[in-house]
Design a protein around this ligand. Sequence first.
Ligand code: PEP
Ligand code: MG
Length: 886
Amino acid sequence: MTQYVYRFGGGVSDGGRGDRNLLGGKGSNLAEMASIGLPVPPGFTISTAMCARYYDEGEAFPDSLRQEVAQGLAHIEQVTGKRFGDPADPLLVSVRSGARVSMPGMMDTVLNLGLNDETVEGLATTSGDPRFAWDSYRRFIQMYADVVLDLDHGSFEEALEVAKEDRGFTLDTELSADDLRELVAEYKGLVDQQWGRPFPQGVHDQLWGAVGAVFGSWQSDRAKVYRRLNDIPADWGTAVNIQAMVFGNMGETSATGVAFTRDPAKGDRAYYGEFLINAQGEDVVAGIRTPQYLTAKARADAGAKPASMEEAMPEVYGELAAVFDTLERHYRDMQDIEFTVERGTLWMLQTRSGKRTAKAALKIAVDMAEEGLITRDEAVLRVDAQALDQLLHPTLDPKAHRDVLTKGLPASPGAASGAAVFDADTAEKRSAAGEAVILVRTETSPEDIHGMHAARGILTARGGMTSHAAVVARGMGRPCVSGAGALSIDLKARIMRVGGREVAEGDLLTIDGASGEVMLGSVATVEPELSGDFGALMEWADAARRMKVRCNAETPADCRTARGFGAEGIGLCRTEHMFFDAARITAVRQMILASDEAGRRTALAKLLPEQRADFAEIFEVMAGLPCTIRLLDPPLHEFLPTEEADFADVAEAAGVAVEVLKRRAAELHEFNPMLGHRGCRLGVTYPEIYEMQARAIFEAALDVAEKSGDAPIPEVMIPLVATARELDLMKAVVDRVAEQVFTERGRRLEYLVGTMIELPRAALRAGDIAHGAEFFSFGTNDLTQTTLGVSRDDAARFLGEYVEQGIYARDPFVSLDVEGVGELVSIAAERGRATRPDLKLGICGEHGGDPASIDFCEGVRLDYVSASPYRVPIARLAAAQAALRR
Ligand code: PEP
Ligand code: MG
């Protein structure tokens, strides 16, 4: 029989050191903390395997689970000496979700479970605090009604507000035990009214309801969105953790808090966190009360008045600090912790590797390697390559004028400007229409996640550094300022008020997630400068990596940026992109639209000097590094004129009538331009185009060699080849022009001719093609399009749904379809190398900047990957990680 229940605490850990896949992140860490002797309230975990079975069996539980849960409860009862449902001294439990990876705020939790009309009296007696007992019952009904019964939680909040108003109170804590008893009666009435049945009094009914709700929350809309944004497979499921309650709200010697063993925003080696005296955990995370600092230094630095935990509870703080150190040494990583102090006793509720900004990840990895806690290779593996993106974000120009409206917490780094919008749907709508927006909310909740994703930045009035907005924004790499308490939002008037000023929806705002400043208008930004930690980690990565990293670039500026980021050559210079500016595109159009060779040659003659000058500049920047230049590959529809004015320009340049041109354009119309007259098909039909380009390349290379001595090594690349014959014909053109130019100039130059592999036929016939090719570059954009039979330009309409339904795990144009396209890449690499053992292999599709795809490239032993300039550091790190994993 499969075991589904794993006990922990009180000297027991059925799950041993914890298995994350089986017990989920929270459950496996509880098991692990219990196994190393840390104070963990006793409990048990229902494994993730049960979640899958629950859904397979039509959302029902097998009988065997009921027996196992009974044993789990018996374990908690035995350790705590309390009994579940005992009217005299009741055991209360929490029921929490816990997937393999943390999904902050996405899934459900129920606290104080086990309270009913009888046990609440027992709790009042044993705690000696009737107010606490009735407040716990009140909270429990409210949470249960929301999470398990799915009732309107607004009506419960309203009842609470009315209860306070009626009595002239402003704080929840002013309500007495009797007030709360009355409120409980009202809550039960609300349940009756909305659910049509009384609030469940049976504690076992309560428990099974909560377990079902936690499993159910795995398929909630917000959890689905979060999974999609974070590439979490739907079949992982969640575990359920049932654990004895401990109370942080039992008076002034009780408290609850969250902490990080190092600063999760900057990475500094300092305990970092927030706590609240006389509160439950949800109060800290929900951002309803503004929490107090953990350390005296943090409090002093912030100029805050309320005592830090270090000052208010020095003894327990000391114990907590010792636990932090134990945990860091044990896990060898920065930990994110939840704890509760119940009447002076410390309990650990959770630990997990802390989410951190890219900046902190980098600093922590480098520091830990330097502290000797981890090796340099481990440090390289610790930093999420994709997250480096965040370090490359712009910051505010220090010289730019700032009209600072207010200041909040610096919750997630980066600066962003955009129109202020006050709800997530508006953020999504306006951003889809191309507008940059800043999402401004009183506080965010998981329902806002689509708006947070759509926004350039996020600003909230409430909530600390561990609030939902802060955690989620950090994970997404969005700049975020949280807890800007001076601002209030009037949702009806669509106005935000701050310090006597008003900002209407749509007005421009700038936020600086590094300082917490909120500014009116759009403030200029500067490109990031990379820190010493970045340099150190990149150096360690470079030492570990085997593949080279090149860039996809076609302007000198992009080449410079890419070299600054460590590019070791150009992997793809798309020559047609060099013609995007207005003056040149006319000549390109003239060439495309010419009805004969003479017409084309006239246009090409205009392009030659431009092209030669561009190449020369690029060769100079790249200073002797290899440069792969792809000959023209324009899918015609991208270049044909559509506007009346464009036709007029081309007609004037070509000296023909507009009407003639229009007729010609109509003739050139293609039904499937991506499969049409493009790539080497252009070179085969109009070899003069490739002749001109080859001439520009060799003349430019010789110019630079003569001037600077750094002779470039051009790698001339033929696009969209399907057959060996196509390549042979085009190579003959290139070689002929090379000889002509070398003879004219009296100087030779090393160069290579190779091809892109972007069609399935080319991959399969790679053995023949390699006779004529000195290198292959996998054009996985087209190879994906042609292998899947999915148009690059039309995929967006349905691919999202495909990913949603698990047909492809990720968008195959973002992350390589390893099973399909990947197999063609392996076949081509193998067959190509069989013909020509020193065949140089690289990838230049968008996948060259995607860490998972880079890992695949290491597996088939490509020589290099090529990525857009800002992704070069990501590719360097990902290539190192791929090498280290093998
Ligand atoms: C490719 O197809 O992968 C490629 C790099 O070429 P392009 O994106 O220009 O078609
Ligand atoms: Mg292509």
